[in-house]
Design a protein around this ligand. Structure first.
Ligand SMILES: [Zn+2]
Length: 196
């Protein structure tokens, strides 16, 4: 029997979810979102270390793949984000935040926040939620970054506003989601520290 898409590990396992996103955001290996460094980066180890934590020894700052993406400044587990993205991109009519709230078991507020972020990213990626039946998704290209103030989200985010709503580009098989744009490709001003 064919394996259900929903049984994929990255929808259930946080470490797998990080690996899944890292592979797409950093196809050539980790990039420091603070200074753009690529060489002196180590994965942080140890039992108390957050999943997906890296340290850049060029600027000495820690980061995860969430920095500079739609997942930034959110405490929602990454595998839940992937579930949300899947739900939102696999339903032709989209899915309401109420439905997201019931399906994912997150609060109404969180569901609202997630669906806004995801929609925003989809829009800036210039993609219809489905990519359209039988249509090809647009190829990778740089995408506009929204300033935090331009987004109604900023008021919903506790703590630092996202430096940018991720730009998203090429779609990924399995998830009709333009991953490559999540990558922080330009500017070094996205440190969440600077928003404090
Ligand atoms: Zn750095």
């Amino acid at each position: 029997m064919a394996k259900s898409v929903l049984s994929e590990k990255h929808f259930h396992d946080e470490a797998a979810a990080y690996r899944f996103v890292e592979k797409r955001v950093w196809p050539d290996g980790p990039v420091c979102p603070h200074c753009g460094g690529v060489e002196r980066i180590s994965k942080m180890k140890g039992t108390s270390t957050r999943i997906g934590a890296y340290k850049c020894y060029q600027c000495r700052k820690p980061f995860t793949v969430k920095v500079g993406t739609v997942f930034e400044a959110s405490h929602v587990k990454l595998h839940l984000w992937l579930q949300a993205i899947f739900l939102m991109s696999s339903s032709k009519k989209g899915i309401s935040s109420q439905q997201l709230h019931r399906t994912l078991g997150v609060t109404v507020k969180t569901a609202w926040f997630m669906s806004h972020r995801i929609r925003e990213a989809m829009r800036s990626g210039d993609l219809s939620p489905m990519g359209g039946e039988g249509k090809t998704l647009k190829p990778t290209r740089p995408i506009t970054v929204l300033s935090p103030n331009a987004s109604p989200l900023s008021s919903a985010v506790a703590g630092p506003s996202p430096r940018r709503v991720a730009s998203l580009a090429s779609a990924v098989s399995g998830l009709s989601w333009p991953w490559s744009s999540v990558a922080a490709t330009s500017g070094h001003s996205m440190s969440p520290m600077q928003a404090k």
